[in-house]
Each structure stands twice: as C-alpha cells, then as structure tokens.
Design a protein around this ligand. Structure first.
Ligand SMILES: Cc1ncc(COP(=O)(O)O)c(C=O)c1O
Length: 395
C-alpha cells in the first residue's frame, strides 16, 4: 500500500513517549508541568450555563457559509473591540474549526507544492506537519534572546527564497511568551509587501499578557501594509479547545485583499468546517471566556512569580523573560543534556516537563513548563527543578 510522504514523523511511539505513558499508567507523575489543556486543571469549567448557547434551535437549519455565519463573525469583531480596542469588520473575518485548520487552509491558499512558509524558532511545534500536509515546506528564521526575545531580521533576510509564500509570526509566542514589537512589525510588513509574501500572525494567546512589554503590538487585525491574516480562536480565548472554532481576520492593501478573498472562498467552501452550534454560541462562549481568561491569568501570574522566586541565582536556573501565554522557559545548567534532565525529573522527582528541543531551540539547556498547572503542584515541580539544579551544580 502506498501512503503519502506528506505525513511527517515516525509512525511508532518514541521511547520517551512510552516512558511517559507507563509513568502515567502507574500514577507515577506527581507534577505534570506539560499540561496545556485548561479544562484538565480546573480552569474555565466552573460555569456550565455557557453550554446552553449550544442548543440554539437555529442550528437545526443548515446554512452553508464559506466565510462562516455572519452572527459569529460579528461576535469575533465584538471580541476584538472589547479586548484589543480594534475595530474589525465581519467582512474581514473567516471561520473554521480551529486555528490549526486555518493554518492548513491558508497554506493551501498561498502555496504550490514545494513552496515555503517561514516560521520562527523556537515556536509552536506543529508548523512542519501542517505545512507538509498541504504540500508546502516550513523553513526557519530565528528569535534571539538577549534579556528579551526579538526577531532576528538577518535570519529572516537569509531565509527568504524565491519560493517563500508566507511568513508566520506568533505573538505572544509559544513557548517563549515574547510579543511582537511595532518596529518589528513595520520591518516584517515591509519585507513581505516587497516580496509579495503573505503575513500570518498567530494571536491565540493575545489576551494572556503577563509582563509589560513596551511598544508591543496589540493586534495585527487591521495591518494595512501587506496582506495579513491574523489568527485566533476559542481554544485559548474562551479556554475551550474542544468547542472547535478558530478565526482569521484578513487585512492589507485593498486590491490584494479582494484577490485573496475570492480565492480563499474556494478553499473554505470545500470544507465548510465550522459547525452551526458553535457558531450560534460564539457570542456567548466568548463572553463566558472573560471569566476563564481571568482565572487563567491569575494562575499563570502566580505561577510565574513563584518560578522567579524559587530560582535564586545560586541554583543556576533562570526564568527567561515571559510577556504572555501559558508557559515559561527555564534555562538550566548545561551539566546534563535535556534528555537527562527529563529522565531524572520524571523518574526521581516525579515531575514531567518538556525539553527545549521540542520547540526547536537553537541549543540545549532549556526546559518548558506550563503555567496552567494548579499552584501547589507547580510549586512542588519548580522546587524540585531548582533543587536538582543546585545539587548537580555542586557535584
Ligand atoms: C501558538 C498556537 N497556535 C495555535 C494553536 C492551536 O489552536 P487551535 O486549538 O485553535 O487549533 C496552539 C495550541 O496550543 C498554539 O500554541
């Protein structure tokens, strides 16, 4: 049987994944600092009344709409106005079942097989798979850390090729928490406009701001300088990944926007993937999301503050600057490689973390911890990491 080479990655379970599975089955993980599902740690689940909106009788009628139902797009615009003080028109907004799906649909819109999309490193690890599934290729540019993360514009220049069709930015980025600056956006928008490259900005974490960030971009949903797709979704904005609704707001020079709209309609019309119940419920779910976001922010801020307090200089662990999002990056002493850190933390301390290499950091020595975990477990986990670092440094 022939299978597509567009499916990347191994078809067998990695040794690390099976070690984690076995540890879970034995109940041997005490602090899971990899949790990214808010509903699994008691966040955003306190108000079942939000579910009532899903039984709107209008959902019994099928109204196929390639762009998404007007009422749901209007709800997304109200969200932009409320949360980011940005006036977005329903005409700009396109709906699908998730932002992951929108990435794939946008790669289909902009790329022929073998064309390239530029993606940041370190960042969200799904880009390679999404690009490959659509026949495109993800190529990298770098984010640099110098007390704060910034775009390495030289590496973007070097990464552009005649086959580049789209450039992806994530703000706040996962896992670094770094936010796009106005000057960086101006540079990127100009570079994309000159080359006829589409800009995709993933703002799924835009409402989760942790540390102040001067001159940070609130949203690119009205970016006029290049063709720009700004992505968001209920998975983070309402802390409900299971509801399956994502959006992309299109902006840019008028003639390009018109061309993109006409073509994108062919892509979205082939899938019509956003369900009627979630679209009818979008306004209510986004409103319900305000309480969930507040709960998440309170927990993430408390956990980040603890992480900083629990890692004195003496232990050799540094919490890198973190302006937003649901995770923090720890620089750990290079006395062991990341796999050894993971194994010792799991087997001896019963703490599960992610390695930096999972997010394609350019070098070893980073662990990624979720800020969503319950405070008491997060504290235990961080204390174990700090204690282990101190012990290994002394050895
Ligand atoms: C940066 C980023 N974008 C997109 C997604 C996926 O969102 P969705 O559930 O809407 O596909 C995630 C999920 O963690 C993410 O971290």
């Amino acid at each position: 049987m022939q299978f597509s080479s567009r499916i990347l990655g191994s078809t067998s379970v990695t040794p690390w994944a099976s070690a984690v599975e076995r540890a879970r089955a034995r109940g041997a993980i005490r602090c899971d600092l990899t949790v990214t599902n808010p509903t699994a740690v008691g966040l955003g689940v306190s108000d079942p009344s939000a579910l009532a909106a899903l039984s709107d009788p209008r959902s019994l009628a099928y109204e196929p709409s390639p762009q998404g139902l007007f009422e749901a797009r209007e709800a997304v615009c109200e969200h932009y106005l409320r949360e980011h003080n940005a006036t977005v028109s329903p005409k700009q907004v396109w709906l699908a079942a998730s932002t992951s799906e929108l990435y794939a649909q946008l790669f289909m819109l902009h790329c022929d097989p073998g064309d390239e999309v530029l993606v940041p490193r370190p960042s969200y690890p799904l880009f390679d798979a999404l690009a490959s599934l659509t026949g495109a290729r993800a190529t990298r540019f770098s984010l640099r850390y110098d007390g704060a993360w910034m775009l390495d514009t030289d590496s973007i220049e070097r990464a552009f090729s005649p086959r580049t069709r789209a450039l992806v930015l994530v703000s706040p980025n996962n896992p670094t928490g770094s936010r796009l600056r106005e000057a960086e956006l101006a540079w990127v928008a100009d570079a994309c406009a000159r080359r006829g490259v589409a800009l995709l900005v993933d703002e799924v974490f835009a409402e989760f701001l942790l540390d102040p960030a001067e001159d940070a971009v609130a949203t690119t949903a009205r970016e006029p300088r290049c063709l720009c797709w700004t992505l968001g979704g209920l998975s983070k904005s309402a802390a409900l990944p299971q509801m399956k609704l994502g959006w992309a707001a299109l902006s840019g020079p008028e003639s390009l926007v018109r061309e993109a709209e006409a073509r994108f309609e062919h892509v979205t019309d082939a899938f019509l993937s956003a369900s009627a119940p979630v679209q009818h419920a979008a306004r209510s779910l986004l409103a319900h999301g305000a309480a969930a976001r507040a709960e998440i922010l309170a927990r993430a801020r408390a956990n980040l503050a603890f992480a900083r307090a629990a890692t004195p200089t003496s232990c050799g662990v540094t919490v890198l600057g973190c302006e937003g999002g649901w995770s923090a990056v720890l620089r750990v002493p290079n006395v062991r490689d990341e796999d050894e850190w993971l194994r010792a933390l799991l087997e001896e301390d019963r703490v599960l973390v992610q390695p930096g290499y999972f997010y394609d950091f350019e070098r070893e020595g980073f662990l990624v911890v979720s800020l969503l975990q319950r405070e008491e477990l997060f504290r235990e986990g961080l204390s174990a990491i700090a204690a282990r670092a101190e012990r290994w440094l002394r050895e």
